[in-house]
Design a binder for this molecule. Sequence first.
Ligand code: FPP
Length: 245
Amino acid sequence: MFKWVNPKTKIEAELSVPEHVAIIMDGNGRWAKKRGLPRIMGHREGMKSIREAVRTAQELGIRSLTLYAFSTENWTRPEEEVSFLMKLPKQFLETDLKELHEQNVRVLVAGDTSKLPRETREAVDEARERTVANTGLNLVFALNYGGRDELVQAMRSIAVDVQSGSVRADDIDDRMIGERLMTHVQDVDLVIRTSGEQRLSNFLLWQSAYAELHFTEVLWPEFKREHFVEAIESYNARTRRFGGV
Ligand code: FPP
């Protein structure tokens, strides 16, 4: 529970906090364009919002925060932009890993890291290894991540076991598929997408089966603590029935 006074209504409320929040950080390009800047400047500014979101997640007591940093489709962007985006995780970890570690944050990565440039992979591997025993916020970067890609990998690995006879087709269930996903992230309670777009864009398709969705017009570089708390307020206004009544 999180005690919160709404600045507009001045009403004090106790908010129940979702365990796992996943964010589609959209609108960096438009933020830059509005200012006559190259798109990459939007991504750089977006890193500041990541910092603030991590702080807010810790303050609220969220267990896991998953951030969609690079999708399997993002490789089709201009080379200069891809190369800039690939440098950001290392830059971010160089400046922030020490503090994250001190704050007991565990850094994790979802996605196929084998295709990332070596320097990026090494930086995220180091962060994962250094923070592996931390028990605070799970901070998951989705890097070269695709929900369908993840499901394809899981289906393939099960098919191999069916072929070898170690798994019977009848044994395949929700749990088995969930366990074979490369992310191993828990179910998502709340998905936030910034910039006014209202779609999942191949993000955590399996894990978001019962997630609440919150869309805001705010562009990611402008997404601050107040917007995060607004999303939690809107989550509190929903009744989650998980298919029941
Ligand atoms: C979508 O906005 C954003 C991305 C594809 C990249 C998000 C990456 C960051 C916020 C920085 C990552 C940093 C770390 C530390 C991992 P867009 O470019 O599609 O925006 P647009 O729709 O306005 O063009």
